[in-house]
Design a protein. Structure first.
Length: 212
């Protein structure tokens, strides 16, 4: 297999040492940081995302792979910056106020990063005004709102209302998700999109940017 194929496989298996070693070999052989990122790291995470979507792998495997992806990305970052490489887009993500669940949010973050997004993670139990402040500070392309409880799902609507009140609604696409969320609910509250799972979230976010 080629270096890029080996790098992709190392990411999928979460082998950090192999990822870092293959990056060094690739750079020595003349591959660019962009080629190693796109054809190795991101391709590997993307393939794992498809397998996760198909229930062929589960959360622990994704977490391990994400760690390998992040370590590899850190190793390439200085070269990517020097080359002026831009992220595919920027996303702000958080779990809405009153909801302390973060596993789903964390998986979406990983899949977005695996798709080439720069992600600002606001954490859990995030007040409306914090989302608004993050939009003003980071000017993201996509705002991702997570809610796992039926008691907090309406808080997504509250966040969107706050974004509208701040005059920022036209500057960002809003993606919602979580166990109780549906396409109909997303439409009802004025979101731009809905994703039923983490792998789909990256696909929907990418499609949003393409359509913008």
């Amino acid at each position: 297999m080629s270096i890029l194929e080996n790098l992709s496989e190392a990411v999928q298996k979460g082998r950090v040492k192999d990822v870092l070693a293959l990056i060094e070999v690739g750079l020595e052989e003349g591959l660019s940081a962009q080629e190693l990122l796109d054809g190795g790291l991101l391709k590997g995470m993307g393939l794992l995302g498809v397998r996760f979507k198909n229930n062929e792998v589960f959360v622990p495997e994704v977490l391990i792979a994400a760690r390998a992806l992040n370590k590899g990305s850190e190793a390439l970052k200085p070269r990517l910056i020097a080359a002026g490489v831009q992220a595919r887009g920027k996303a702000v993500i958080g779990t809405v106020k009153g909801d302390l669940h973060d596993i789903g949010k964390n998986l979406v973050k990983m899949m977005l990063e695996g798709a080439g997004f720069e992600v600002v993670d606001l954490g859990v139990d995030v007040p409306d005004e914090t989302f608004v402040s993050a939009l003003q500070e980071h000017t993201p392309d996509v705002l991702c709102l997570s809610a796992l409880l039926t008691t907090t799902m309406r808080q997504q609507e509250s966040v969107i209302a706050a974004v509208v009140a701040a005059g920022l609604r036209n500057s960002v696409k809003i993606l919602v998700g979580g166990a109780p969320i549906t396409t109909a609910f997303a439409t009802e509250i004025g979101a731009d999109g809905y994703a039923p799972d983490a792998a789909s979230a990256a696909d929907v976010a990418t499609s949003m940017l393409a359509a913008a």
